[in-house]
Design a protein around this ligand. Sequence first.
Ligand SMILES: *[C@@H]1O[C@H](CO)[C@@H](O)[C@H](O)[C@H]1NC(C)=O
Ligand SMILES: *[C@@H]1O[C@H](CO)[C@@H](O)[C@H](O)[C@H]1NC(C)=O
Ligand SMILES: *[C@@H]1O[C@H](CO)[C@@H](O)[C@H](O)[C@H]1NC(C)=O
Ligand SMILES: *[C@@H]1O[C@H](CO)[C@@H](O)[C@H](O)[C@H]1NC(C)=O
Length: 445
Amino acid sequence: MEGNGHSSSSKSLERVIYRKAMQVGSSAPCKIWVMGFFCGVCIMYLFGVALPTLPIQQSHSVYPPVRRAVLWNFTLTGPDGATAMGELPSSPEKIEEPKENEHITEARITRLYNAWSTLLDTNQKVLKSSGMPRPPHLEDCRLNVERNKLFDSYGDNGTFPPWTLWKGSLSLELWGQKYSEYANQYRQYPPWIVGSDEENYPLTRQVQRDIWTHQHPRNCSDPSLRFLVADWERLPGFGIGAQLAGMSGLLAIAIKEKRILVTNYYNRADHNGCKGASRSSWSCYFFKETSLNCHKRAFELMQSKASWADGTVKVKENYTSKQMWVGRIPRVWGEPWKYLQPTTEINGKLIRNHRKMDRRWWIAQATRYLMRFPTEYMCGLLNGARHSAFGFEAAKLVLQSAQDDSSKVGTTTRTESDIERLVWSDHKPYIPRPVLSMHVRMGSL
Ligand SMILES: *[C@@H]1O[C@H](CO)[C@@H](O)[C@H](O)[C@H]1NC(C)=O
Ligand SMILES: *[C@@H]1O[C@H](CO)[C@@H](O)[C@H](O)[C@H]1NC(C)=O
Ligand SMILES: *[C@@H]1O[C@H](CO)[C@@H](O)[C@H](O)[C@H]1NC(C)=O
Ligand SMILES: *[C@@H]1O[C@H](CO)[C@@H](O)[C@H](O)[C@H]1NC(C)=O
């Protein structure tokens, strides 16, 4: 492992990473594996791999947004383009008319795809009046962010955020005085956790709620609050997986010492895409790890010598790399990792228990928390990535579904029903299945 006098640059990079991150303990390969694993987890999260299949694939005739397609140019106008938009709703006979459209042409798919591209580029929503089919693979980023802001902050009277068992807009709609009395009971449902408890790591909902509460005190000016301010790792050898593993270690320290973790410089956000205060900050991609007030407070305290002296504020450099990378996982929730389903096999033997199960569990919790709500910028990047990867395929499917459906369509313009607006508001964007997620690790030994 050690260099022999003529180490190449990749060798020395390897050593830097090795020294810095895997310094302690004898199971370095395992640690690296954990980092790689979580990078994979992030990717899975970002692309929604763990989410249930979307209805569009299974039930073309039920998923309402595609019905709009029949009212739109793509399905109705023949190659002559004679049918005008405005006439469509009142001329039902025209719906069956253009037989040549049964064959969905490349040109029409391209037109729909391009129309969606324009929406993306100009950051617009599908106007209901246009009758344009809603792009099933794109999210309404602005709406999501507005909603998530409410989920991520206290109400005017210091009321707990409106977390409920219901998802999406439904929880906000039903969140009224009638339900507020049950607020404590609904706190168990951090809205960024999806799926049943069995599908998540042990105690995920409770741990996520507790981390959020820990990181969001009601009054950030409370003099008893203490802070841990930390930059993200910035050595070039650190991938995002290693950065997350490092920050998870710091979050563990913060929880154990009852400090609020405040993250600072993030090299991956140090570019022009990250505007204003989000430049060089995690908050370019995801909601802040703490409230804006606590963030401000921490930086105020850093100006004061007394706060340094009495330990109100600490920084990463106040801890050893051993504390950060292999420190003890908080025990406030007991040892839930003992209930993790074993999935590690070595030499044909299932490893039921190993020393790193606690760390694996914790890094997943910390990562889940830090990535709970993407920003509008991040959401837009993902929209763009999905659109270029399979937007064309989505356009084809949508036109095809509209075709299958056209015989059943009534004569009036559809208005968005309550169930669509509220209950289905939380549907995740369409992704073709099956999806294979591949993660290529760098820096493996
Ligand atoms: C629909 O077709 C008409 C005539 O071809 C065109 O003027 C109009 O811009 C089209 N509308 C959309 C939304 O593409
Ligand atoms: C805030 O509290 C006051 C006094 O308790 C109450 O009158 C008011 O309705 C509350 N406002 C909200 C939005 O809950
Ligand atoms: C927050 O705490 C500070 C210091 O204890 C106090 O001055 C301030 O009034 C508190 N703010 C609220 C809204 O309770
Ligand atoms: C933390 O580190 C800073 C400098 O990095 C130092 O000034 C401060 O005294 C340290 N605080 C404690 C409590 O060790």
